[in-house]
Design a protein around this ligand. Sequence first.
Ligand SMILES: Nc1ncnc2c1ncn2[C@@H]1O[C@H](COP(=O)(O)OP(=O)(O)OP(=O)(O)O)[C@@H](O)[C@H]1O
Ligand SMILES: [Mg+2]
Length: 303
Amino acid sequence: MSILIQQVHKYYHNLHALSEIDFNIPQGCFFGLLGPNGAGKSTLINIIAGLVYATQGTISVMGHDVRQQWRQARQSLGVVPQELVYDPFFTVNELLRLQSGYFGLGRRNQPWIKELLEILDLSDKTKVTMGHLSGGMKRRALIAQALVHKPPIIVLDEPTAGVDVELRQMIWAFSKRLHQEGHTIILTTHYLEEAETLCEQIAILDQGKMIALDTTHALLGRYPYRMLKLNLTTQNIKIPSTLAEKVQSLTQNELILKLHREHDPIGAILETLRDAGIHFTDLHTEEPNLEDVFISLTHREKS
Ligand SMILES: Nc1ncnc2c1ncn2[C@@H]1O[C@H](COP(=O)(O)OP(=O)(O)OP(=O)(O)O)[C@@H](O)[C@H]1O
Ligand SMILES: [Mg+2]
């Protein structure tokens, strides 16, 4: 296991920001940490990173307790925080050289830094001070900073929030590559499609509690509904009473029914529609996505 989280609680004064968090993240896993605003994701990540102390419970990173063996734990982690924290007077080059020195890496780390700068498209920004970079460029520099020591575990707290399409795709491609090379990746995001595509395992936090922890595949399988979409040719249709509860939306041209995977066989549904004189030119089904699962678990729209 790369990270062991045992019975962690966090209080900010009276606010119980994390409650009884207890799970492990296997080595080499692409792990998603999801949840609405204020769920406690960044708090948990900051505790893992040693930036915030848990009120109770223990966390170990690659076998090192984050409090007792802070240095060793920190060595295994590369953290890109949600908030862009930087010294505006350092150039990109100075930032990376300093971080490299912090981990005791000298000139021999130069080839990796050069590669990082190329991958992140920062090669022509090395002499620019952080304060003079655009928001997206700052994020790139902070990603480079987090990866200077090639840590086995990479933590990305909402890396794609507010970035342009190009940078988002670059972050996806780079994190996929790092995962393929064996790094453990922990990602928080509000883009559920992103989590669905990238993550092998997902934990969902809500109001400081863990409400789901599973493989992405199993999590999607938990949602027992799918949508049946019909392009109507009949106008002003009257929905049969047996289907009324299943109607998700109805317009002049389209009827969408929410069907239970086991209890609502499509053949029988289509027969009921035909008997009611409802005709259509085309139909297709839509399988649930992570957004459906997320909403059903947190009982709210994604935020
Ligand atoms: N330093 C702090 N002092 C007091 N309360 C805090 C502090 N940091 C976070 N909180 C509170 O703890 C709760 C969890 O916050 P956290 O930032 O961990 O949520 P999050 O899941 O990362 O949310 P978001 O999706 O908005 O980033 C929130 O209610 C927040 O207001
Ligand atoms: Mg956060």
